[in-house]
Design a protein. Structure first.
Length: 248
């Protein structure tokens, strides 16, 4: 079964049966990204955020292996790398950002992507947690304050309840042959890995691209030690101070 989509807009102050001022937007056969309007000036001038990093990441994908996008936001990595992967599994816990992710997938008519509306973490984090939303574009949202009571979020705009699961609880028996993982979960990377041990082992320890802001992360040393103990060698990505590549 194949289905392509177009966008129909209708004024919110008129009856649904009214066809006055309808607008139809037909999208050509391209990758389509639903992006936060608050960043439109940047997108108009520069294209996607981290576009060079996304392009660079293509070398770690394979058409016979799975990619995981953990902290997918509205799907820039997911969409751009889907043609280079057998299948992409994307995880985004924030509701409206998740809806944008799913919309991007549908409008791009991509069938090798599966999206999940929950966060990943450790076994100790499993359950319903507070997600601290710190920006209008959905970036920077974190659960760290809900597990570290010493953390403060003076710039919190809202708090959203999300569900957290471990990757092992989802992947074992369902997702295998993983070749590349991208993790951007705002200082919760170590907990994601804690909940992924069997999955990493079963896929022969795939390459991991992850974010780590050493000036903010309270457990960044433990994160690098954990990866090292698993047999990973970690290097800073050239030109991107807070992104690292871990290769086994």
């Amino acid at each position: 079964m194949a289905c392509s989509y177009f966008i129909l807009t209708k004024p919110i102050d008129k009856p649904i049966h009214s066809n006055d001022n309808n607008q139809i937007i037909y999208l050509n056969k391209c990758h389509n990204y639903i992006l936060p309007q608050s960043n439109i000036d940047y997108y108009m001038k520069n294209g996607l955020f981290e576009s060079h990093l996304i392009e660079w990441s293509k070398q770690f994908c394979s058409k016979d292996k799975v990619m995981l996008d953990i902290g997918a936001h509205s799907g820039t990595y997911t969409i751009a790398l889907s043609n280079y992967s057998k299948h992409v599994y994307s995880f985004e816990p924030q509701k409206m950002t998740y809806y944008a992710l799913c919309g991007s997938v549908a409008l791009s008519n991509l069938r090798n992507i599966t999206c999940y509306n929950y966060g990943l973490g450790s076994q100790e984090q499993v359950g319903i947690k507070d997600l601290f939303i710190v920006s209008n574009d959905g970036g920077g949202s974190t659960v760290i304050g809900s597990i570290n009571q010493d953390s403060t979020h003076n710039n919190t705009l809202a708090i959203e309840k999300i569900e957290i699961k471990t990757l092992d609880s989802i992947a074992i028996g369902n997702i295998d042959n993983i070749g590349f993982i991208k993790i951007d979960v705002e200082e919760n990377e170590l907990n994601v890995l804690y909940g992924s041990l069997e999955t990493l082992k079963n896929s022969n320890y795939p390459t991991i691209l992850f974010e780590c802001n050493k000036d903010k992360a309270i457990n960044w040393k433990e994160l690098f030690e954990f990866l090292n103990n698993l047999g990973y060698k970690t290097v800073n990505v050239s030109g991107v101070s807070n992104m690292f590549l871990a290769s086994h």
